[in-house]
Design a protein around this ligand. Structure first.
Ligand code: ADP
Ligand code: MG
Length: 242
């Protein structure tokens, strides 16, 4: 078993009197593909926000690669190698695709010892990996839903993350597009990126995940291999009704 890259220990997050996450603990091993499922409002995005530093947890701790990052600002966590996609893609809409990727690249150019002059070529290489090479100089306004999602993935990848967290990157895509995205994501995994994927599309979660965690009302209510998860009576109750 490889070592833990991410360690979430008893994280609690409240919004006023509402408890969005209650004592959530999970570990992601280096190189692992972890799927996160759970009904709407179960706390999946809040968990990502706490891991990435968009939100601070109220209790518990978060460790990344042996460093406690619980109180680190989001940009410090990004520098350590945590990247996430947003559930609703937010490109810089007045820029081209290549320019959109250049922004995070410039941000990490120093850490990656990437020369400013190489930023454009690197942006194009990342877009090519997503199958967007021919759109590099197109404005993002012209993109279809699937291409917007690929751009969102490319943006997250530009920082060369060690941990990539994907928040419903397949929502609203057709079956063929889901397979295409899955192919790209599994390719990233083969390159050694540790990936946490939040997804509603069960078929995609089952194919992607080595392990699945199911959240319900801010708590982990099941955890196991995809085969174990589909057999879990609590998961079946949530997804299929009583
Ligand atoms: P999921 O991603 O699983 O659908 P979320 O993490 O987005 O769920 O939300 C979990 C719960 O926390 C929901 O009830 C949501 O309304 C609430 N919530 C999320 N963010 C905030 C916020 N910034 N302020 C108040 N409540 C929030
Ligand atoms: Mg969400």
């Amino acid at each position: 078993m490889s070592e833990a890259l991410l360690e979430v220990d008893a994280v609690t997050k409240r919004f006023g009197g509402f408890v969005a996450l209650s004592q959530v603990s999970l570990t992601v091993r280096s190189g692992e593909r972890l799927g996160i499922i759970g009904p709407n409002g179960s706390g999946k995005t809040t968990l990502i926000n706490c891991i990435c530093g968009s939100l601070y947890s109220d209790a518990g701790s978060i460790g990344f690669d042996g460093v406690e990052v619980t109180r680190f600002a989001a940009h410090r966590r990004a520098r350590l190698g945590i990247a996430r996609s947003f559930q609703v893609p937010r490109p810089f809409s007045s820029m081209t695709l290549a320019e959109n990727i250049a922004v995070p690249l410039e941000y990490v150019a120093h850490r990656r010892s990437l020369h400013r002059a190489d930023v454009s070529a690197e942006a194009r290489a990342i877009l090519a990996q997503m199958g967007l090479a021919d759109r590099a100089d197109a404005p993002t306004l012209t993109l279809t839903q699937v291409d917007l999602r690929k751009l969102e993935l490319a943006r997250a990848l530009a920082t060369r993350p060690r941990l990539l967290i994907l928040d419903e990157v397949m929502a609203g895509l057709s079956s063929v597009e889901v397979d295409e995205m899955l192919g790209i994501i599994l390719g990233l995994s083969r390159q050694g990126v540790t990936i946490m994927m939040i997804e509603h599309i069960m078929r995609a979660i089952m194919r992607f995940s080595e392990r699945v965690v199911c959240l319900d009302a801010g708590r982990i209510m099941a955890e196991g291999t995809p085969a174990q998860i589909v057999q879990d009576p609590n998961v079946q109750r949530i997804y299929l009704g009583d």
